[in-house]
Design a protein around this ligand. Structure first.
Ligand code: NIG
Ligand code: FE
Length: 407
């Protein structure tokens, strides 16, 4: 075997492989499924950036024993890179006043109907130049990287005109040229009805289906399509129409569902074969069962519940039923302005009854599954991409324990 391009990382204190989580496709993650190897070694093919071998130091095959390129990592705990599977990273302006109003007792929907909410961010975002959007997005991305994130999903949805939505998607495309973080772009024109279509949401939906989706798909500006299925935003029927158009154009589906109201959005997501459905704070029992029997990943967003003061999603019921559960920040200016993905594991463990194993699966393998990338990413196994999160720690347990203050 030609080992010229191989690199050996040895004496890794703890390597969290998630091999068992991958084997069970992310369902019912148990501590043993984390596949923790202590005193581990990893051999990487630098040309393909794939893992050639992984195991205990003591069991390193002899052909890798005298590799010249080698690094000793005795102070480190390794996990697969963290994967952020739901963000609204590209926007302009701030929403601290929405927060101030919530502290006075107003709800998200009240604030939106009184001039705050998504449409107030839209006003600022439409005015921002491509350069301004790119600069702010690059700086946000650096924050995510500091928290161990190596792959991130980014949605459009604060432009809501074709020109402005395309500007946001092109910003994501441009951003990819400036970063080693892998970006997964999502087209989300159905985030709210824009002011030009006030009271004419059906007309807006028709335009999205007939003109915008084909344009975005033709120019390969997005992998996913997303819609906010919620009272006062888009109905299940409107979402279904858009999902059909998106699938016909070759986009995959993600949906915001059952956040404030149980409209049956999760059930629609399963019926449409969505890769994920997200939020689920008010998901119903029947939909939980449907999700459990499907491959649609349930993406839970604890930070959004914390920040809007609304109930947490029923993580235990979903996991116990057999659903594939991922965690994400939902980073956006209105309902969750944090880039701290590890902090989501703390909230999930302390407020939603999740175990450490479930929460770690939620930001690695299951988050990869929420982007359809689980064959390449999300676990450290032979043949998979070498993308790791290296912690200076003595156990992976510090990840939820450190309360977001990851070293
Ligand atoms: O995922 N729920 C809809 N969209 C965002 C909030 C966007 C905003 O308020 O600006 C979310 O929470
Ligand atoms: Fe969101």
């Amino acid at each position: 075997m030609n080992t010229d391009h191989f690199v050996l990382y040895e004496n890794i204190k703890q390597c969290v492989t998630l091999a068992g989580v991958a084997k069970n496709s992310g369902r019912h993650p148990k501590e043993a499924d984390l596949g923790v190897i202590s005193d581990a070694a990893v051999v990487v093919n630098n040309q393909t950036n794939r893992i050639e071998w992984i195991g205990k130091n003591a069991e390193l095959p002899t052909e890798f024993g005298d590799l010249a390129a080698r690094f000793s990592c005795e102070e480190e705990v390794w996990l697969p890179e963290l994967i952020e599977c739901h963000t609204h990273l590209i926007y302009a302006g701030t929403r601290h006043h929405d927060f101030a109003l919530r502290c006075l007792g107003k709800t998200y929907q009240q604030i939106a109907s009184e001039g705050g909410g998504i449409l107030s961010t839209l006003t600022h975002t439409r005015k921002a130049s491509p350069g301004e959007l790119l600069e702010s997005a690059s700086s946000e991305l650096e924050h995510f990287q500091k928290y161990g994130v190596g792959t991130i999903e980014i949605k459009s949805g604060y432009g809501l005109s074709l020109e402005s939505e395309l500007r946001i998607l092109k910003c994501i495309q441009e951003l990819q040229h400036h970063t080693s973080v892998l970006l997964a772009p999502t087209f989300m024109p159905a985030h709210a009805t824009p002011p030009e279509f006030k009271g004419q949401t059906d007309e807006y939906v028709k335009l999205i289906c007939k003109e915008w989706i084909p344009e975005v798909a033709k120019n390969k500006l997005a992998v996913f399509f997303d819609a906010f299925v919620e009272e006062g935003y888009f109905s299940v029927e409107q979402a279904r129409t858009m999902c059909e158009a998106a699938l016909a154009s070759g986009l995959k589906l993600k949906l915001h569902v059952d956040q404030f109201t149980n409209l049956g959005g999760a059930s629609l997501a399963v019926d449409m074969g969505a890769i994920s459905c997200d939020h689920l704070d008010n998901v119903g029992r029947e939909s939980i069962q449907k999700l459990a029997e499907s491959k649609t990943v349930a993406v839970l967003l604890p930070g959004a519940s914390l920040f809007t003061g609304t109930p947490y999603p029923p993580a235990r019921n979903l996991i116990d039923a057999g659903a594939i559960v991922a965690l994400s920040t939902d980073y956006n200016p209105g309902t969750c302005p944090t880039r701290n993905l590890p902090l989501m594991t703390t909230i999930a463990c302390c407020q939603m009854g999740m175990t450490i194993a479930e929460s770690i699966a939620g930001i690695t393998y299951n988050a990869a599954a929420a982007l359809g990338l689980q064959k390449e990413l999300g676990s450290l196994e032979m043949g998979k991409n070498f993308r790791v999160c290296q912690l200076k720690a003595d156990s992976y347990e510090v990840l939820p324990y450190c309360f977001g203050e990851l070293e």
